[in-house]
Write a protein of this length. Structure first.
Length: 445
């Protein structure tokens, strides 16, 4: 898949109130402030992408700056052949006193959602099958399927003590619709030499082999309830220089509410921030473990990472922009996973522009993760299910080990909260792919 950036991102801004001078030369923002990011890209298979995203902040009288009273986020972006992001989110600790509320309403369509099988390296990835020039070529879509996701999510946090201990509870309603890649749709308007073959992909084979049940193969409904505890001593939410942000959350999806498959999972995530040079250089660390503790999660849910607050349109992995940068999206999928990220964050320079505070930051990172609890996969009997198939082309039992990537990024930050992010990551093992470039909003954690 080839992607070309046609128009670089552009930060727009507008403020309705005059700023005041604060400590350390910063302008104290009050009233309303908006940041927007348009982008146009082209993808050989998906077509042209067009759209925009915007984040609207309300700082009130500015007495809490850089903390905001309300945040409204809107994103509308789509490809001409059907993939798209339609998202609205809201975050505030002032709507209801002593209670933080975050809400999200999204419809995410992905015509080529990544699927590499279960249990990390236990599932063999053959890059040559996706390269047209290679004699063993099957299709660029071999490790893809079509996924549509409707999500309504609302989370609540309330203080248990003045020592930054919070309770967490929330509802998350997910509706998945899955199916094979629509090859005819992707081939529309292409020259004959660029047409994708009508070759079934790995998703189709997993259904044929019974590793994905017929009942789950077309998606389903997941009503999710979660509860837990959180400790938050960060000095700044978007990019802390010190403090911790740790949580323990249990999520349950009961069949009493029409869930296709009932299950429960637990997630522990610890994030800690260390000041190296005050105001300029810090080190950020995230360690997370998530595992099934009951029932059977459907295959289409296994990529979801439980979190108390979304930092982007998705919280998925392992692999990709939100977990292991540079590693193929969803490359590491299991019933239990462990992952971590270490980032060195440097605020290179600060400046003012049009009555707004800006800083430019650079970061270097190392990401790592692995499956800690495998999804059961039986590799015997494939000759009867799929004559002529060599199981070693698809499975390497016991091969799973730590997946590692590393890279660097750039951040352009307006008024401490609106963060335009660019990351470039490289996988350390060719079984995880090669590189990845990501453009979006916010620090990873």
């Amino acid at each position: 898949m080839r992607r070309t950036t046609v128009l670089l991102s552009l930060v727009l801004f507008y403020s309705t109130a005059l700023p005041q001078n604060g400590e350390k030369g910063q302008l104290i923002k009050n009233g309303w402030n908006i940041g927007a990011l348009p982008a146009v890209t082209y993808d050989t298979d998906l077509g042209f992408q067009y759209g925009a995203l915007a984040n609207l902040y309300y700082y009130g009288d500015g007495s809490r700056y850089p903390e905001y009273n309300h945040s409204f986020y809107l994103e509308v972006s789509r490809y001409t052949k059907g993939s798209g992001v339609y998202r609205f989110s809201y975050d505030s600790d002032r709507l209801i006193p002593k209670l933080r509320i975050t809400a999200d309403l999204s419809y995410l369509t992905d015509l080529t959602y990544d699927f590499y099988g279960f249990n990390g390296y236990d599932a063999v990835y053959r890059k040559s099958w996706t390269e047209k020039e290679d004699p063993s070529y099957k299709s660029r879509m071999f490790y893809k399927y079509d996924r549509k996701l409707f999500r309504w999510k609302i989370d609540f946090q309330g203080k248990l003590s003045e020592d930054k201990l919070w309770w967490i509870t929330g509802l998350n309603f997910l509706s998945f619709k899955t199916g094979p890649v629509n090859i005819d749709r992707l081939n529309k308007g292409k020259d004959e030499e660029d047409l994708l073959p009508h070759t079934g992909g790995l998703y189709n084979k997993y259904i044929q082999w019974g590793l994905i049940s017929e009942e789950e193969s077309d998606g389903g409904f997941v009503p999710e309830f979660k509860a837990g505890l959180l400790i938050d001593t960060r000095d700044n939410r978007p990019n802390p220089m010190k403090g911790i942000w740790s949580e323990a959350v249990v999520a349950v999806s009961p069949d009493i509410l029409s869930a296709e498959s009932s299950f429960s999972k637990i997630n522990f995530t610890h994030r800690q921030y260390f000041t190296i040079i005050p105001e300029y250089l810090s080190f950020a660390l995230r360690l997370a473990w998530q595992s099934a503790i009951g029932g059977n999660a459907p295959f289409y849910y296994q990529s979801q990472i439980i979190t108390s607050m979304l930092k982007g349109s998705t919280s998925e992995g392992l692999g990709g922009s939100k977990t292991l940068r540079g590693i193929l999206r969803n490359r590491v999928t299991g019933d239990g996973i462990f992952f971590g990220n270490g980032e060195l964050r440097w605020k290179v320079t600060r400046f003012r522009f049009h009555n707004n505070n800006f800083y430019m930051g650079l970061n270097t990172f190392t990401d790592f993760g692995k499956v800690t609890k495998r999804i059961p996969v039986l590799t015997d009997g494939f000759d009867e299910l799929d004559p002529g198939t060599n199981s070693r082309d698809y499975f390497d039992p016991g091969a799973e080990k730590l997946h590692v990537s590393y890279g660097a990024g750039l951040r352009i930050v307006m008024n401490e909260n609106f963060v335009v992010a660019f990351d470039y990551g490289m996988a350390s093992d060719s079984r995880d792919g090669a590189t990845g470039f990501y453009m979006g909003l916010n620090y990873l954690f």
